[in-house]
Ligand binder design. Structure first.
Ligand code: 0T9
Length: 388
């Protein structure tokens, strides 16, 4: 294949034959060097903040229907960054670093007096299995997003790697006393045999509100709806009703429209071409702590950027071995993974406000659409950002 560098053809071929039998923890995959990314997976949590203005304007909705529409629009706006930005900018999906336990990532978007700041705190809350916890908040606008996610790969080649996400997201609007449960899409990594992996989304996800309204989003890889890849269709309706008040459709990676069903009006919903992702502000590396992603992995990143893959691999092994030693010591001292966290606390669903909201929204969702909407391990546990 034209995408695979000549000198890596052999290692790529053996990588493909390993993949043929692969199933399980993606973080353990060893990729040929042209498939190595120089960012940590923990940084992917910043895509939730890609559109700080849409995030902040959720609370500008005057009715529960308008707020659900705003939440759905903001959610759709995060998909481009999360699932196609790397293929678009770097030409292909690459394998990120597997974050170490307690690794941290901080980001901030300043949107001026009127909108306020959106702040992201993320921490690798589990290493086995890999799970990241994140908290995104705009205090001024009154929007809080709390969640965690992990990945499970179902079966592998030849079609691609099927990845399901574990975990969930809860959006809270304190001034309205509203909570929303957001489920995470399944993805398929395709294009591997040609040496140019990219992500497709499939299946259905939900946004369920304590307002008794919900959005159902269907993803299509084959273009059932529009004949194009990366299409989606969203339906906003009362949980128990069958009539939609809004619908939206188009490409989640590009442009989409929405229809106000009552008014029979169709308008632009979101367009990633004219409304691109806003990169966050980060501290200079010299001011970062040792556990922050950029600092933590800087020696590997420098080596990858210099195309010195032997050095990159040696540096990576050094970091991973230090981690294994640390994990062993912690275990001997009777510590759990959660004991090692500095930002997030492992909380009990029944004794946590957001946890309780989750339990009730989960019941509403499973009553409405069945247990398939949230898998078993999407329930407990929960991690919460420690408040000062
Ligand atoms: C949460 C997101 C997640 C993380 C990534 C599967 C994947 C790791 C998890 C689910 C974010 O909110 C959204 C986007 C993309 C997901 C990644 C795509 C991907 O390929 C990786 C996996 C681990 C690989 O890197 C496999 C190697 C690949 C290059 C194929 C050979």
């Amino acid at each position: 294949s034209a995408e695979v560098p000549f000198e890596q053809k052999d290692s790529f071929r053996s990588f493909l034959s390993t993949l043929a039998q692969f199933s399980g923890d993606l973080s353990s995959l060893t990729c040929p060097s042209f498939l190595l990314s120089s960012v940590s997976l923990l940084e992917y949590s910043q895509y939730w903040g890609d559109h700080p203005k849409l995030f902040a304007s959720i609370t500008k909705g005057k009715t529960p229907e308008e707020r659900l529409l705003n939440i759905t629009r903001w959610f759709i706006s995060t998909l481009y960054g999360s699932y196609t930005s790397r293929s678009t900018t770097a030409g292909m999906e690459k394998k990120p670093y597997n974050p170490i336990l307690g690794e941290q990532y901080f980001a901030k978007w300043t949107c001026g007096e009127d909108m306020g700041d959106t702040v992201l705190n993320a921490e690798q809350v589990s290493h086995h299995p890999p799970i990241m916890g994140f908290h995104l908040e705009n205090k001024k606008a009154g929007v809080i997003l709390e969640g965690h996610c992990g990945q499970k790969s179902r079966y592998a080649m030849p079609a691609g790697i099927d990845v399901s996400q574990t975990g969930h997201v809860i959006l809270t609007l304190p001034e309205f006393k509203e909570h929303y449960l957001i489920t995470l899409p399944a993805l398929n990594i395709r294009g591997i045999v040609t040496g140019r992996p990219f992500v497709e989304l499939s299946g259905t996800t939900y946004i369920v509100g304590s307002t008794s309204l919900m959005t159902t989003i269907e993803y299509s890889t084959k273009g059932y709806f529009s004949g194009e890849r990366h299409s989606f269709k969203a339906t906003l309706k009362p949980i128990t009703g069958s009539h939609a008040f809004y619908t939206a459709q188009g490409l989640w990676s590009g442009s989409s429209n929405f229809t106000d069903v009552k008014k029979n009006e169709t308008k632009l919903f979101f367009d990633s071409n004219t409304d691109p992702s806003i990169p966050p502000e980060l501290k200079p590396q010299s001011e970062m702590g040792a556990l922050e992603s950029h600092k933590m992995w800087s020696s590997v990143t420098d080596a990858i950027n210099a195309k010195d893959y032997a050095k990159a691999s040696a540096e990576k092994s050094r970091i991973e071995e230090a981690q294994r030693a640390l994990a062993k010591t912690r275990k001997e001292q009777g510590q759990t993974q959660a004991d090692a966290l500095l930002l997030f606390d492992l909380v009990d669903e029944d004794n946590d406000e957001t946890g309780k909201a989750f339990a009730s929204l989960k019941k509403m969702l499973t009553d409405a659409v069945g247990a398939k909407a949230l898998k078993e391990d999407d329930t407990k546990p929960h991690w919460r950002l420690r408040q000062p």
